[in-house]
Design a protein around this ligand. Sequence first.
Ligand code: NDP
Ligand code: 2IT
Length: 459
Amino acid sequence: MSDARPSITSTLPTLPSAVRDVYAQAMLRNPHEPEFHQALHEVLDSIAPVIERHPEFAEAGILERLVEPERQIMFRVPWIDDTGRLRVNRGFRVQFNSALGPYKGGIRFHSSVNLSIMKFLGFEQIFKNALTGQGIGGAKGGSDFDPHGRSSGEVMRFCQSFMSELYRHIGEHTDVPAGDIGVGGREIGYMFGQYRKITNRHESGVFTGKGVGWGGAQVRTEATGYGAVFFAEEMLGTRGDSIAGKRVAVSGSGNVAIYAIEKVTQLGGIPVTASDSTGYIVDDAGIDIELLKQVKEQDRLRISEYAARRPSARFVEGGNVWEVPVDVAVPSATQNELSPTDAETLIANGVLAVAEGANMPCFPGAIAAFQAAGTLFAPGKAANAGGVATSALEMSQNHSRQRWSFDDSETRLRDIMRNVHTAAFDASERYGAPGDYVLGANSVAFERVAQAMLAQGVI
Ligand code: NDP
Ligand code: 2IT
């Protein structure tokens, strides 16, 4: 997060004419929403060849409709902290597109949450979910509530207040939330409990990421991180290479990062970094996954504590994790965490592949630098689709009242990631830029959503 945010406006003239007007109109209609503009730009930049090949999409106004959320909900979330003081946060749910299935997407609790971030995440989710091929629409929700330093009692009261409004907008056939930054198993438990109490329905299919003892799916916790590493493995495979023996940098130390690190180790790679908003740790002996889980999942401490308990590791306060020389990078913390300068550093250090575990972690200029250098690059909507895909597996199990084993579920995840890779790679070839996974993922996902919208009429 070292560079200033790039000026998206300055790149407007580079957009193909087929989509320039839609983008310009969306900028005017959604002022002061830089993250949403950035996500729009990335998708629209890729899909001009699709629009050219399918004039029926433009005739039906698919793009104009796609950039406008179907529904945006904003609400007050009052709660009482441990000192008895009243607090007020803002809640959001952006139900962006349901052409392919019920709205589906995570809930984020972070102090930075605002409508722009919700809309960028909801927009991305439409295409990610389309890539999974599992019949789910796109949505995102959250709040500017900051769980750091809050007691479990405070988190519970906040979640209950949040759900006291959100419950009326969701349902197993309507909108199915899950976790994201600041929302894990604990928070989902509190929200699901409040939903059950208010509605008097144990409706398992209304949430994913539930505890495995009460309707949750095996491998959902691991799925995003595992999936991102599976995707990196697929990309390396196109060049006859693999994760085995590679040094890997992972940023973040939350749900996605922890399980990316675990899968790198299982595939014979050497994960050497993890980070949080205070700095990063580097462990040249390879990260001890059990210690990392103890520090972050059980003890809920800062990442510096890992280095305090591990002689081979050191903590770099306020440091930039991308300065560590590695073969593979999996940015897994948050949006815009890897700048063009960071990309140049990674390239100079010989990075072979970058798979986005987080949503939009790389600045547009960083992506361009990787692509110009011939580095394999996977956008988040493809590389981190394993999380929501396994959520869809959880929905299937809830609807059919089945329970699949860990191994069975992991095999399904492996197959889904292989299919996402194949779909993105094939589309990149079809549209004339083999190995451009940004173009490939955006164009095949857009085709799927656009076909469904076309078939369902003007709604
Ligand atoms: P967690 O809350 O579990 O972990 C987030 C990690 O990123 C923490 O280590 C956190 O550090 C760090 N982080 C978050 N915001 C910032 C920031 N502004 N600056 C520096 N560090 C930051 O979230 P997840 O692991 O679930 O999510 C990580 C990313 O992956 C997000 O982009 C999310 O949208 C995406 N994602 C998540 C999926 C899931 O299934 N959970 C699925 C697909 C994508 P600190 O504690 O210091 O804030
Ligand atoms: O960004 C994401 O894909 C998620 N946070 C997971 C969404 C989900 O519904 O599992």
